[in-house]
Design a protein. Structure first.
Length: 180
């Protein structure tokens, strides 16, 4: 059987207005001092794909408008809500006050392996992703409710942050929206 690519007009893409009005997946992505503007743009695009509530940009993380972010975001900075904070701790304090459970995505002792993480129904989640070299700062990990780790088997045990965001969001989105 020959498989034809689906035409763009048949993909069911939302307009900007429809996206803004759509019920969002109860997740906020927190970027802790992410250096690469291309990674930030890619993360916005992934957030758009899974109807994520917002992206919180913290510390040195670049923010729109920025042509380097736009290069990979392809307009997702217009659809996905975002906010910049001087520190991740400031962002997490706001999210905690709003009832979000805070999870660092990091490799730590006693971390929950991603495939074992079961999100509570209707629970709002804040997922903290860290700097490309240093990961999530320890003082930020200390503020979080828990830590989720992506199991890896290779030599590096390190994924690009944009890839990590994609892996984690797909897994949690599947568990929240598709599996249930």
């Amino acid at each position: 059987m020959k498989r034809r690519k689906t035409l763009n007009e048949k993909l069911g893409r939302l307009s900007l207005g429809e996206f803004k009005e759509a019920i969002k997946t109860p997740i906020v992505i927190v970027l802790d001092n992410v250096r690469s503007l291309h990674n930030v743009g890619s993360i916005f695009r992934t957030a758009d794909a899974f109807l994520i509530e917002a992206v919180y940009l913290c510390g040195i993380t670049g923010s729109p408008p920025n042509k380097e972010i736009q290069k990979t975001a392809l307009g997702a900075t217009e659809s996905v809500e975002w906010k910049h904070f001087s520190s991740s701790q400031e962002a997490l304090a706001e999210l905690k006050q709003k009832g979000y459970l805070l999870y660092a995505i990091e490799q730590t002792e006693f971390a929950i392996l991603l495939h074992n993480f079961i999100p509570e129904k209707n629970q709002k989640l804040a997922l903290v992703f860290g700097n490309e070299v240093k990961g999530v700062e320890q003082k930020v990990v200390d503020v979080c409710s828990d830590v989720i780790e992506i199991p890896q088997a290779g030599m590096k045990h390190s994924l690009n942050i944009a890839v990590s965001v994609g892996v984690v969001l797909w897994d949690i989105y599947y568990k929240i929206k598709i599996k249930n």
